[in-house]
Design a protein around this ligand. Sequence first.
Ligand code: ADP
Ligand code: ZN
Length: 220
Amino acid sequence: MGRVIVLFGAPGSGKGTQGEMLEKQFGLPRVSTGDLFRALPDEGAGKEIQELMAHGSLVPDEKVIELLKQELAKSAYENGFILDGFPRTVPQAKALDALLAELNQALEAVVYLDASEAEIKRRLGGRWTCRECNKIYNFRGKPAAECSECGGALYQREDDTPHGIEQRLRTYRQKTAPLINYYQGKGVLRKVAVPDRAQKEDVFKLVLKQLGAGTENKRK
Ligand code: ADP
Ligand code: ZN
């Protein structure tokens, strides 16, 4: 049995960034349902999903759960994993409980990145993504032309436009925020208050503190 950590928060709260840092720190693979969807082919079911994403709507629970189940069956996840962007609804959380029982894994913690709405809007408006490797950039001013990691072209996701951002926040409040109570009730919620304009390294320290992670967790 390994470690299973969920990164939870509104879009733009920093799940992806903190997830990458945790991945390195703990040597655990990260699973982002958003990345899994973006990797689907542009035709058929993939196209439908991409349209939902572009409008800031959630992909239907059955589809997300099915895709995640397939992914987590891979041996790479035997020793645990970090979930980024899943679960996003109460039915998804219940499906995760069942799936973890099947995989003989237990949920260690749900790290809740609590950022202000002003901060979220500021961040999402400046977000660009690499078309090749999915690396995410946050620009204050003029965006760079290409990815510094792989040279791929950068683009602004349709859901990162002002209208898309409003829609995603509405979806978050309605469908996803109720999970805070769900996980609080289970005693696994670890809330991190994200300060406005915080550096990712400083937020990471708060995340590690919530996970009770000194060097001892590195060895496990
Ligand atoms: P963000 O967290 O910044 O919104 P993601 O890459 O996590 O970015 O998600 C992008 C989109 O993918 C979401 O707006 C939604 O349409 C879809 N999506 C990702 N994860 C889920 C999920 N667990 N359930 C339903 N839809 C999802
Ligand atoms: Zn890239």
